[in-house]
Write a protein that binds this ligand. Structure first.
Ligand SMILES: [Zn+2]
Ligand SMILES: [Zn+2]
Length: 388
């Protein structure tokens, strides 16, 4: 390992207790999307104590922040290390964002200590609301990443891989409007909004056979009527479409609209579709940044697993269309234990979780260092970005 990377290794180890404390604080104080006030305050305080200037509320989001090393003029290239810290309703940190925040904080502090007055190339961005809400979309649209050249973060997982595809996603509400009537006395006067919605649901199920393997449509019925003796004049559902490309994601939404149209025609009901939150784009991957991550994993002796092919979505996908981005996954549980569960949450502070937190921090710091110091890597990342 070269000298600076061995130094990263040692610095992160020396921060272990502080990083575990950050992760534990977030775990004990879970806050859902856009409510992460305690997390934002806590992370800002830790960064301030470690020599960072912190600006809270960037991009007009109350719970976001931007931290840069004090006394260093921001320079280009700049690497944005990302901290997520929103939790899931009921489960808390079942996605391990407590570890994500702590790992990026560790990487930023380490690089500041290492690069000293040259640490102007480091920024840490606190990005709220990854679990629905699209915080990174809002930050990017507000220009927070305009003067930055690459973005990096990690997610804990059941596999260790330098990157994988993530699906684009649109969340939307479907509503049908009919005509209420007595379900027994005057059924001929009614227009059944629930029938229209069930017809739509079944049409989507039939269409599923013809979907590409990367396509997903899934949803729940949130309103199906008010009483069995009243023909429902209103029904509602929440759905997601997901796909590996923006074009196919949008095509799937159009197909769902066609299913609604068919059901409306058959039942006489009318419908409305409303997009619920910012659309999520699929991840634009950077093979050269992923290769840098892979080589750092190797340096640290961390084995890389085969890609399990499991795909979710993240607003990191949107950000990857603004600037080159890399998003490794590092295991804290064995395959078979899923994310968004109590078991996964508890694993974030297990011995393996602790070890992964430090490894993730090292990987981020090492890869950021590669990006800052290697013009060749920057050039290749730019080529990946232009090609993707
Ligand atoms: Zn997550
Ligand atoms: Zn998640």
């Amino acid at each position: 390992m070269d000298k600076l990377k061995s130094q990263i290794d040692r610095e992160v180890e020396s921060l272990a207790d502080e990083l575990f404390a950050v992760s534990d604080f977030l775990l004990r104080n879970p806050e859902t999307a856009y409510q992460e006030f305690k997390a934002c305050d806590h992370l800002s305080a830790v960064l301030h104590k470690n020599g960072f200037e912190v600006q809270k509320g960037v991009g007009n989001i109350a719970t976001s922040f931007l931290a840069r090393p004090s006394g260093c003029t921001p320079t280009r290239p700049t690497v944005a290390l990302l901290a997520e810290y929103d939790a899931l309703p009921k489960i808390g940190h079942g996605c391990g964002h407590n570890m994500i925040a702590a790992a990026s904080v560790g990487a930023a502090i380490t690089l500041h200590r290492l690069l000293q007055e040259n640490a102007g190339a480091i920024a840490l961005v606190g990005t709220p609301a990854e679990e629905g809400g699209g915080g990174k979309v809002r930050l990017a649209e507000a220009g927070v990443f305009d003067q930055m050249d690459a973005a990096m973060m990690f997610h804990p997982s059941s596999v260790t891989i330098p990157g994988k595809g993530m699906l684009g996603r649109i969340k939307f509400k479907i509503e049908f409007f009919g005509q209420s009537a007595h379900a027994s006395g005057t059924p001929d006067k009614g227009i059944n909004a629930l029938d229209a919605l069930i017809q739509t649901y079944n049409s989507i199920n039939a269409f599923r056979q013809h979907m590409r393997p990367d396509g997903r449509v899934h949803g729940i019925i949130t309103h199906g009527g008010d009483a069995p003796n009243i023909i429902p004049d209103y029904s509602a559902a929440l759905f997601y479409v997901r796909a590996g490309s923006i074009a196919y994601r949008d095509e799937l939404l159009e197909k769902v609209k066609q299913c609604c149209k068919g059901a409306a025609l058959a039942t006489g009901a009318t419908f409305n579709i409303e997009i619920d939150e910012p659309a999520i784009d699929p991840m634009k991957r950077s093979p050269s940044l992923e290769a840098a991550v892979a080589s750092n994993l190797k340096e640290l002796g961390i084995p890389i697993s085969p890609d399990d092919g499991r795909r979710g979505s993240s607003d990191m996908g949107n950000l990857s269309h603004y600037l080159p981005a890399v998003h490794p996954w590092i295991a804290i549980v064995d395959p078979g234990i899923a994310g968004h569960t109590v078991e996964f949450r508890d694993a974030t502070t297990s011995d393996r979780g602790r070890k992964t937190l430090l490894n993730a921090s090292k990987i981020l710091a090492m890869t950021a260092l590669d990006f800052i110091t290697s013009p060749e890597l920057r050039e290749n990342a730019a080529k990946d970005f232009a090609a993707g």
